[in-house]
Design a protein around this ligand. Structure first.
Ligand code: SPM
Length: 291
């Protein structure tokens, strides 16, 4: 067994019932420390490039991070008719902020990240994601996002939760009081988008998230994205709107190929936006009740 472990990073998450390892060769360890909140690791893999790991779970790799950051950002922003003020909770690596500030109608992005160390590490080792931190649209707070929202009601058009897994510091971001807090922070017509895990391993969790948010929001959907470095090669996002007329499957703004290119998007296109809501039969049946 040791021969397999030497020189490899292995994610053995509880979401996989500790029965599945996702392993990447750790060709060069760049940083490994514990912050006040979590274990932070950055290493290089010859195929995936730089890899950020929090509490033993891969957060992003240089090769495929664009899929996650673009979709968690442009699915909600392009589903809103005119998003001007956006709140990002979490996202300490900077990749989501990098995408939000690209959107032409967005004037202000407020970010609440609880772990300042992740921001510092990203600035030092992951500059391709941290570049968003340089934007004049950004106002940054090192604090708990749920606490922040208590004093910022009816203020945001879109709230994005870029969290790690529902254990450790991010656990409360998957519970009902958190989604009630977001509802209060949203302006009329506001939209939320939250990291909502993989249908291969977390279908029950996704089902619970959708059921509890259906009690709060008239429109609730799950969108799926291909991410090879996550277990199952897939992750999804929960999208909720306070406006009963929102159709997440039909973007408000359809991007031309010139816009896709000028916004430097690698994964998001308007076709991928609509396709993200097409789910395998067993997932659709479980989450929506019919095929
Ligand atoms: N800005 C990118 C941060 C990514 N946040 C989500 C990470 C999820 C990691 N685990 C996914 C699969 C295991 N449940």
């Amino acid at each position: 067994m040791d021969a397999f472990k030497k020189g490899w990073f292995s994610e053995t998450g509880i979401h996989c019932s500790n029965k599945v390892n996702i392993s990447l060769s750790a060709d060069n360890i760049l940083y490994h420390e514990k912050s006040a909140w979590q274990d932070i690791l950055v290493f290089e893999n010859k195929l995936f490039g730089k890899v950020l790991v929090l509490d033993n779970a891969i957060q992003c790799t240089e090769k495929d991070e664009s899929a996650y950051q673009e979709m968690i950002t442009f699915l909600p922003l392009n589903s809103h008719p005119n998003p001007k003020k956006v709140l990002v909770i979490g996202g300490g690596d900077g990749g989501v902020v990098r995408e939000v500030v690209k959107h032409p109608s967005v004037e202000t992005v407020v970010q609440c990240e609880i772990d300042e160390k992740v921001i510092e590490v990203s600035k030092e080792y992951l500059p391709f994601m941290a570049e968003g931190f340089k934007s004049s649209k950004l106002v940054q707070h090192i604090m708990d996002g749920a606490e922040f929202m208590k004093n910022h009601q009816k203020e945001f058009d879109v709230v994005i939760t870029d969290s790690s897994d529902p254990t450790g510091p991010a656990a409360s971001l998957f519970r009902k009081p958190y989604f009630e807090g977001i509802k209060q922070a949203l302006r009329p017509g506001g939209i939320l988008c939250s990291q909502a895990e993989s249908f291969w391993y977390d279908l029950k969790l996704i089902h619970n998230m959708m059921n509890m948010t259906r009690e709060l929001y008239p429109v609730v959907e799950y969108a799926s994205v291909y991410i090879p470095s996550y277990p199952g090669g897939q992750i999804g996002f929960l999208l909720c709107s306070t406006d009963a007329g929102t159709n997440f499957r039909k973007p408000q703004h359809v991007l031309s190929s010139e816009e896709v290119s000028s916004l430097k998007l690698k994964y998001y296109t308007s076709e991928m936006h609509t396709a993200a809501f097409v789910l395998p039969g067993f997932v659709k049946k479980h989450l929506y009740g019919s095929y």
